[in-house]
Design a protein around this ligand. Structure first.
Ligand code: PLP
Length: 420
């Protein structure tokens, strides 16, 4: 009975989302590529934008464009209100305690670099250790390497198993009182693995270490609550959650952000300036030097409202079903090797097909109107772990359908014949 009621519940949640209706909100999806209707399966690289986000950008530039925080005039006040309201939207979306804990950045990459440059430089010393996992994106590897090099600290890597799962026992062994911070992704962009971040954070804290979560691939698919997770930092990019490029978020706990020095100096991040001494501004402005990306912050707020309206529960259930369907159908193709077979996955299907180079696969699929990504996905250590030079990656959003998967499968079969 219990299983039945769960099945019914999931089915109801799946049907609660109408992908065909939602697709109509995304004008870009309605086009032909090489004479075929576009199938967009590159959502892990960037997502498409609903009409509401595009309209918000146009509206801002047509009606409200002005610099924020400094003007007494009407346009500046409107721009400031919308810019700050978007921050509150992000705060609520992440379940953060206050809007001051939400820092606008250019994206996940800049958010992580802000932490390494500010918190890292102030707190990491020679002999300290920093832990990441073997499935990180380069943007959650290289900034830590740069910090370790500068400080004489050591970067340690938690290994993953053949399914692409985080090895918790190995993590426990690597932790020590030398560990300063643990930085892992919530969802792997190369494998789709959903990491047990709540447990990872809890254990880091038991060792007195901080925890940073790279949420770039999580926020469009899973509900996140930074207070429940108890993470110290959480980073994501707007363009991966149906918002504009060039804007992203760093969430940090207030006490940490208060204690951190600013990274960049300039306008807006100060309270007062004399040639003798500058008093820095309060949070969040201390970390937002110069004229910010106002329009795109507003666009991000609208994108999040859009996602809230669709509902992350419905999105999660729908995408789980779609990923399962895609895994079964693509997995049944002769010669397919799926890279990333974790028990808990979100929206990413990475694979190789026989000896065909993923770039060649990508090109054949493109001629069929299907956009996928081929390459190392900015996760070269993952490719090395699975002994492949590259993979082809289909990544899904709620506007994808089983029909898109069927088109992908047919095109992969065609590629197999071409390269046979
Ligand atoms: N982290 C993960 C897991 C990602 O997938 C990406 C982008 O693909 C990034 C970080 C970097 O995001 P951005 O290029 O938007 O800064």
């Amino acid at each position: 009975m219990a299983a039945n009621s769960t099945t019914v519940e999931v089915a109801e949640r799946v049907t609660a989302l109408d992908p065909e209706a939602l697709r109509r909100d995304f004008p870009i999806l309605d086009q032909q590529v090489h004479g075929k209707p576009l199938v967009y399966l590159d959502n892990a690289a960037t997502t498409q934008k609903p009409r509401a986000v595009i309209d918000a950008l146009v509206h801002y530039y047509e009606h409200d464009n002005a610099n924020v925080h400094r003007g007494v005039h009407e346009l500046s006040q409107r721009a400031t209100n919308d810019y700050e309201n978007a921050r509150t939207t992000v705060q609520k979306f992440l379940g953060a305690a206050e809007p001051e804990e939400i820092i606008y950045t250019r994206g996940t990459t800049e958010s992580i670099n802000l932490v390494t440059a500010s918190w890292g430089r102030a707190n990491v010393r020679a002999g300290d250790e920093i832990l990441i996992s073997a499935m990180e994106h380069h943007s959650n590897i290289v900034p830590w390497q740069m910090l370790c090099e500068e400080k004489g600290a050591t970067l340690k890597v938690v290994p993953i198993n053949d399914d692409g799962e985080f090895l918790f026992d190995e993590y426990r062994k690597l932790l020590s009182n030398r560990t300063k911070i643990v930085a892992v992704n919530h969802v792997s962009n190369a494998l789709g693995t959903i990491n047990p971040v709540a447990d990872i954070i809890k254990l880091a804290h038991e060792y007195g270490a901080l925890a940073l979560i790279d949420g770039a691939q999580a926020v469009a698919h899973l509900k996140v609550n930074v207070q429940k997770l108890d993470c110290d930092f959480y980073a994501f990019s707007s363009h991966k959650i149906f918002g504009p490029t060039g804007i992203g978020i760093l969430y940090g706990k207030r006490a940490l952000l208060e204690a951190m020095p600013p990274c960049e100096g300039g306008g807006d991040m100060i309270k007062s300036v004399t040639f003798e001494k500058t008093i820095y501004n309060d949070l969040p402005y201390k970390f937002e030097a110069g004229t910010p990306n106002i329009a795109d912050a507003i666009g991000l707020g609208v994108a999040i409202q859009y996602v809230n309206d669709v509902g992350l529960d419905a999105i999660g259930a729908y995408e789980d079903d779609l990923l399962q369907y895609a895994t079964e159908r693509v997995g049944a193709i002769d010669g397919i090797r799926i890279i990333g077979t974790a028990k808990h996955k979100a929206s990413v299907l990475s694979f190789t097909l026989g000896q065909i180079h993923p770039h060649d696969l990508g090109t054949v699929l493109d001629r069929e109107g299907i956009a996928i990504r081929a390459g190392h996905h900015c996760a070269q250590p993952v490719m090395e772990r699975f002994k492949v030079a590259a993979t082809a990656r289909a990544s899904f959003a709620f506007y994808n359908t089983r029909d898109d998967v069927d088109r992908l499968v047919a095109a992969l079969e065609k590629a197999r014949e071409i390269f046979a």
